[in-house]
Design a protein around this ligand. Structure first.
Ligand SMILES: C[S@@+](CC[C@H](N)C(=O)[O-])C[C@H]1O[C@@H](n2cnc3c(N)ncnc32)[C@H](O)[C@@H]1O
Length: 260
């Protein structure tokens, strides 16, 4: 495991406690999926399909897919996150499997194949090696299956200044940044006052690097959509930007298939 990934793991364990309080758990427990409409429509019908959720965190989206009929498996590096995911699974009375692993170790650890490999909302910034990530996606898919991601758009990263502070409308960052961001603490998107007292590291990937890594492992890109909305609105009860429309791409979604 990358040393920086190990630091991130500790931060995510700390954030899991906060997120279990701040995510819309009651809605999920009442039987409502927490997935946003764009994701639901773009992924389509999951009834009876096997779905693996990469970087599943406390399992809210994983279990939302289960409510929609998928046979779900979640993978995450943070044991504390998975503790909550399993607790939720039991309280909801749905079936799911949760696997603790660095996603970049999955090729050596997980043999099972899936119809759908899914991930969303804060994924690629935690990945130190995009080629290995693409190989992992390929490894997890059944022939005829597909990969879907909805994540932050790299264009938006150009508005991050050297301290990692977002400067709306100002191009202050480097789109082609090669070295990871290093923060002395890990901040939280559901509670801006909370800082986990562990360093954290994040990586930027250009759209070209993401698409090319997937093409290089033999996946066929079906679509690449760009959206002017950021994703926190509707994702947690704490709407950081509440579906505000911007004049630049804030998020993207991509579907790529493994031909059967
Ligand atoms: C922003 S959260 C993902 C949000 C998620 N969509 C949700 O449902 O809340 C990021 C998750 O990635 C996990 N993670 C970070 N680096 C990882 C890695 N290398 N391998 C597996 N999981 C990782 C963290 O533990 C955390 O649970």
């Amino acid at each position: 495991m990358h040393q920086q990934t190990h630091a991130n793991k500790q931060g995510w364990d700390a954030l899991a406690d906060i997120h279990f309080k701040n995510y819309d758990i009651d809605r999920l427990l009442s039987g409502e999926s927490l997935l946003n409409e764009v994701i639901r429509q773009e992924v389509g019908d999951v009834q009876s399909k096997s779905l693996v959720h990469l970087l599943c965190h406390i399992g809210t989206d994983t279990l939302s897919w289960a409510l929609l009929g998928a046979k779900v498996t979640g993978i995450d590096i943070s044991p504390r996150s998975l503790y909550y995911a399993r607790q939720l699974m039991e309280r909801m009375g749905v079936d799911a499997e949760f696997i603790e692993s660095d996603i970049l170790d999955v090729i050596d650890k997980v043999d099972k194949k899936f119809d759908i490999a899914f991930c969303s909302t804060g994924v690629l910034c935690w990945i130190p090696d995009i080629e290995r990530f693409a190989q992992t996606v390929h490894h997890l898919l059944n022939p005829g299956g597909f990969f879907y991601i909805h994540d932050g758009h790299p264009f938006r990263n150009m508005m991050l200044d050297e301290e990692g502070e977002f400067q709306l409308g100002q191009i202050v960052g480097d789109y082609f940044r090669k070295h990871p961001w290093h923060y002395p603490e890990m901040g939280d998107y559901t509670d801006p006052t909370f800082l986990a007292p562990t360093p954290s590291y994040e990586w930027d990937w250009t759209l070209g690097e993401i698409v090319t890594a997937l093409c290089n492992v033999g996946l066929r890109i079906e679509f690449l959509h760009e959206f002017p909305q950021y994703f926190y609105g509707g994702y947690t009860p704490y709407d950081v930007e509440d579906n505000k429309i911007e004049l630049y791409p804030c998020t993207f979604s991509l579907k790529a298939s493994l031909d059967g």
